[in-house]
Each structure stands twice: as structure tokens, then as C-alpha cells.
Ligand binder design. Sequence first.
Ligand SMILES: Cc1ncc(COP(=O)(O)O)c(C=O)c1O
Length: 439
Amino acid sequence: MGRTEEILKELDEYLMTNLYPTHRIVVREARDIYVYDVDGNAYLDFMTVVTTALLGHNPPGLADAITETAKRLIAGNGYNWYTEELLNAAKAVLSLFPDRNMYNKVHFKLSGSEGIELALKIAKRYTKNTYVMYLMGGYHGRTYLTGSYHGMRRKEYGPLPPGTLIAPFPYPYRCPFGDMPPEECGKAAVETIEYYINYVAIKDVCCLVTEPIQGVGGIVVPPKDFFERLKRVLDTYGILLIFDEVQSGMGRTGTTWAFEQFNVKPDIVVAAKGMTGGLPASAVVTRKEIASAMQLNDEHSTFGASALIMAAVKATVDYYNMHKEELLSNAKRMGEYAMKRLMELYDKHPLIGEVRGLGLMIGIELVKNRKTKEPATKETSDICLNRALKRGVLFVTSGWNGNVIRFAPPLTVKQEHIDKAIDVLDKSLGEVEREENIK
Ligand SMILES: Cc1ncc(COP(=O)(O)O)c(C=O)c1O
């Protein structure tokens, strides 16, 4: 029995397992795009810890920054005292924003979910309105509140919290209003949202929270003009637009923020994952006028914004800023290359219903039948957790029906890595089609 098997056997005994379907590997270390297990096997990482290892695992400078800080100061947070690391991280994160009139204040929390919850609290205080709007298929975390918005799991959390409205998201491949061109679908979604604002929440809405591209929901890219239209309506009613860029932020889509590609400036942005290098942090960014709705003692967190975490954020953002042009142009180039190669797979494999994405945030939606679009859920999971894994590539599923393969390598990915990952997909898809007689 290898070390992997030994450890897995014991883990199965002790852990509250299977809370999430995960790859049955035991990881020992990771560098750039490679992950190594305890038996020395190497895997190409196309899931990047749900897009966290955005700059590749352990980018230069990160481990040193953490080690140097750890030798001086470990316990502590950004609430009981200040540190220079907090100042440096705040400056670094704000440097990522193109418009300093819109984005000049930041507050750090420990996770994406907590960041979203803070953004909602700020919006409630600032507008003095109560309803929160959220869009179907969006994912904002698994705290009790954010988890309750999560369509796939809502039943387990019981009814929605009072004052929550869920409106449709324009998912072009499966438009909730029927088959229509993407722009029409987006227009119908905005009209429905305005209807809800007027007739369900009676204009008492503080904010609408949405991902620019739904990640866990299946890499769903809305029509290009959707957010422009939406923002115009929200502005009419004084409703804040909160963008959850936890997954899409810091270069993943080929621009630092996905919102830059939708010609819209959200009022509050929540960032996390890629900006942290892997340590627990999220940043809630907004403008002074909105931020000042929060007062002393309104927030606390025992571990939040510790020097160690802040040093990691600064090192990660510094590395990104230093290599920004080459990282972004690689994300665009490799994204286009991957899309081209994936479209070749689309022509060859009936199991693929759609390939979509921006930059290196790509989704491959699998269906049993292209006409009926019946989700190929079991097949998607089998490819990610078994077939691709056995061939040395890590992919993770997403989508409401678990039938979308996320294709999310680090921004440092090379063409040879993409070729290998696509060859593995090609073989795995072919096997499933033959076994399940999918034509
Ligand atoms: C878009 C988005 N928002 C929020 C979260 C929640 O972040 P966390 O798991 O750090 O709470 C995630 C995590 O996957 C996410 O993808």
C-alpha cells in the first residue's frame, strides 16, 4: 500500500468526510502549475484551489514574506492593533483599482463569504434600505447567510432569510425566459429585476450582489451589455451594485477585474482568492462616502487581517503588479488558444454542449444530448475525479447541475500544459461517449 492509501484510510476513519466530493490524492507540495502527492506523483493543476493559486503555487517572494513575518509576529489582527503589514496590504490592494475616486477604501476579512456579508452590511447601513437582491445561480460562499442564497444547497439551509430577493441571471445557454439571443435574455432579466424592485420589495432594496461571471454556477458569462443596463436601473432607485470578484478577480479573465470588460463600475467590489496567495483573506473595496456608513466597533474578527496574512497579500499583489503586463497578455493568449482547441473538441465530442469563458476562466458544459441539453452530471464528475485525475490533470466540476468542467489554470500556464490538459479531456470524453453510447 502506498503512503496515499495509508493516509486516506486513516482520514476516512477520523474525518467527517464527503462534505464535498474531492480528489482522492494526498498533496505534499505544489509549485507553479504542478501539485505533487506523498508518493511523488505530479499533477497539472487546472483547478488552482478554486482559482486561488492564480499566479501559480507559491509565487516568488510569497514564502519569504510569510516566513520573515512569522518569525516576528503571528498572533494578532487588524482590530486590536495596527501593523505596517496592514498598511502595505491596503495600499497594494487599492493599487489594483483603475479609478481611485470610486475605489479608495478597503477592509479585510478572512474569507470570500465574510467579505460578501460585510458588503451587504455596508449597503444596508449606507442606503438604509433592507432587501438584498441576489441572482439565480450565483455563489457567494457557505456561511449560513451566503449559503442560503446558494440554489444547489438551499434546502439544507431552510427558507431564505427575510428580506432576500432572488432574480434571474441571464444564462445564455439556458436562458430562464426561453430560447432567445443573449442580449434579449439580458434585457428580460433587467426588466424582471426592475419589476421585483417596484412590486415585490416596494423600492426598499439596499443592494444587488452578483458575480460578473458565475464561477461555481458553471462559468456563466452574461451578455456583454447586461451590467450596463442593470446599473442604469439600480442607479435610478439608489441601489448599490456589489460585484463578487472573489473568483474572477486579479487577472483571471484577462483584465485585473472582470468588471473592466463589462463597461460598468460596481459600487462595492469583494476580492479574495487570487489576491491572497492562499492565505485566508478577502478585501471589501468601495469609496469613502459609502465606507463611512460603518462606524467604530461595527466589525471584529479574531484572526482577520493578521500581519502574516497581510504580508502574504502584499507579496502576492506586488508580484502581480510587477509582472502584470506579461501575466495579462499570457492569460489572453492562452485563453484564446485554449478556446480554439476546446472548440475542436466541441466539433468532435457530442458530450460537449457549450464551451464559454473569458481569459482563463473557461467552462465546458457537458450534456447527454445537444438538443434536450440534459445535463451530463455523473459523467462530468467521473471525468474530473477519476479519468483526468488518473491521467495526471486536476479539474473540478461546477454548475447548478454539476455538469460543467472548470478550466482554470494559473496565469503562468504554458501552451504545452494546455495541450496536455486538452489531450486528457479528449481521451476521457471519448471513453465516456463510447461506454455510454453518447452520439
Ligand atoms: C464567487 C465566490 N464568492 C464567494 C466565495 C466564497 O469564498 P470563501 O470560500 O472564501 O468563503 C467563493 C468561493 O468559491 C466564490 O467563488
